[in-house]
Design a protein around this ligand. Structure first.
Ligand code: IPM
Ligand code: MG
Length: 356
């Protein structure tokens, strides 16, 4: 029987409560699909700062590297707002992405049938099967570029740098084209090539990589236009590939089109087996510890882990189907609609397990 070693990075805020529900669902899937899971926990983010002084202790990196996959809750909160920039919880998150070489971030934006009315976008615009895969470059660009403070004309100023190398663009483009081959064979590359030199290199490189994928239709879109097109006609998109910062912004927008940021999962991949899986939402410190957070994005992140890292796609599909079924009548407060049963974070986890 296959056994998988999973490192849990529960993090801060609602992180621990949502990860606990996802673990319950993973254990249930293991029982049903005949595999076993052993867990180890490690510190990341604010909780790591409290315990060790830094947001990403070396032990955490070592534990993650030694596991088959990593499940992350969320990091950050007002408690650590006064930390210097390079010691904030978020720096821990960027650090683990860099340390594990997780250059490809997959953020699917799909509408779960029963949640269609939760989307702020009109029914006929979303259609019945909106399914966008945002492929965000995750270990380069302005997030990892040099930055600093200086003086300009005697005034305090600050600067950040957006830089991409050709190999960085090539490998993320390949991830997008490979995914498109298994989907609707359409890739939209998003950049700001009318202004930024790094975007012009991005575009040239994506075009060159596209020659290896003659079956895939490639088009290019400026990021401002893409932000507009996502709400005007989201159905036009299949795979979107873009830089770190543009992907960060567009994936939040796409999540809301799908109904709630509390629903969307993500996978961060390194090209090898090891991946890190996390909901795209944050640590929601305002509702932490109240048992009202929506655990579905984390549960769906477990489904992505089963599919992309553990080779258990049947179990992944079963979890996604169970979530869809449970949503027909049960809702956490963030996606509550009249006539539904309002459930807690824990009850939602139990319902998905029961449905499985
Ligand atoms: C995300 C988050 C992070 C990011 C923050 C918390 C650093 O917004 O995963 O989208 O910007 O990458
Ligand atoms: Mg973000």
């Amino acid at each position: 029987m296959n056994n998988y070693k999973i490192t849990l990075l529960k993090g801060d805020g609602i992180g621990p409560e949502i990860v606990n529900q996802a673990v319950k669902v993973l254990d249930k899937a293991a029982e049903k699909f005949d595999f076993t899971v052993t867990y180890d926990e490690a510190l990341l983010g604010g909780c790591a700062i409290d315990a060790t002084g830094v947001p990403l202790p070396e032990e955490t990196v070592a534990k993650c590297k030694a596991s088959d996959s990593v499940l992350l809750g969320a990091v950050g909160g007002p408690k650590w707002d006064n930390q210097p920039g390079n010691n904030r919880p978020e720096a821990g998150l960027l650090g683990i992405r860099g340390a594990l070489g997780l250059f490809a971030n997959l953020r699917p934006s799909v509408i779960f049938g029963p949640l269609k009315s939760a989307s702020p976008i009109k029914d006929d615009i979303i259609g019945d099967n909106m399914d966008i895969m945002i492929v965000r470059e995750l270990t380069g660009g302005i997030y990892f570029g040099e930055r600093g403070r200086k003086e300009v004309g005697g005034q305090p100023a600050a600067w950040d740098t957006e830089q991409y190398t050709v190999p960085e663009i090539e490998r993320i483009a390949r991830v997008a084209f490979d995914l498109a081959m298994k989907r609707d064979k359409r890739v939209t590359s998003v950049d700001k090539a009318n202004v930024l030199e790094s975007s012009r290199l991005w575009r040239e490189t994506v075009i060159r990589v596209s020659r290896d994928y003659p079956e895939v239709t490639l088009n290019h879109m400026y990021v401002d236009n893409c932000a507009m097109q996502l709400v005007r006609n989201p159905k036009q998109f299949d795979v979107i590939v873009t830089s770190n910062i543009f992907g960060d912004i567009l994936s939040d927008e796409a999540s809301m089109i799908a109904g709630s940021i509390g629903m969307l999962a993500s996978a961060s991949l390194s090209g090898g087996k090891l991946g890190l899986y996390e909901p795209i939402h944050g640590s929601a410190p305002d509702i932490a510890g109240q048992n009202i957070a929506n655990p579905l994005a984390t549960i769906l992140s477990v489904a992505m882990m089963l599919r992309y890292s553990l080779g258990q796609s049947e179990a992944a599909e079963a979890i996604e189907a169970a979530v869809s079924e449970v949503l027909k009548t049960n809702r956490t407060p963030d996606i509550y609609e009249e006539g539904m049963t309002k459930v807690t974070c824990e009850e939602m986890g139990d319902l998905v397990c029961a449905q499985l």
